[in-house]
Design a protein around this ligand. Structure first.
Ligand SMILES: [Zn+2]
Length: 97
């Protein structure tokens, strides 16, 4: 347990897709008064997609959350670009849920 502004914080409400440990969230809440929930990375041939949302201990979004992160390594083949586009849409729908 950690103390934030005199309030005992023992847990944080995570989205179902969050892959971050409770311990990490408690540390984030202690030092920054917010937790950053990260999805697992979705990867393909030359690309990677993850998304995140920053919340307070109650799971209420803070800052400009949610955010999607797309990284690529140089040019993509048509097949890889199509896979990225479809996966990005799936990640978008999960992040916007
Ligand atoms: Zn989380």
């Amino acid at each position: 347990m950690s103390t934030v502004d005199g309030t005992i914080v023992s847990t944080v409400a995570c989205p179902s897709w969050c892959s971050v440990s409770t311990t990490t969230h408690q540390r984030e809440l202690h030092w920054e008064s917010r937790a950053v929930h990260w999805s697992d990375a979705r990867t393909g041939d030359g690309w990677e997609i993850r998304h995140s949302i920053a919340t307070d201990a109650n799971g209420t979004p803070v800052d400009h959350a949610p955010r999607l992160y797309v990284s690529t390594n140089g040019g993509l083949s048509l097949a890889a670009a199509e896979a990225l586009a479809l996966t990005l849409l799936a990640a978008y729908e999960e992040a916007a849920d």
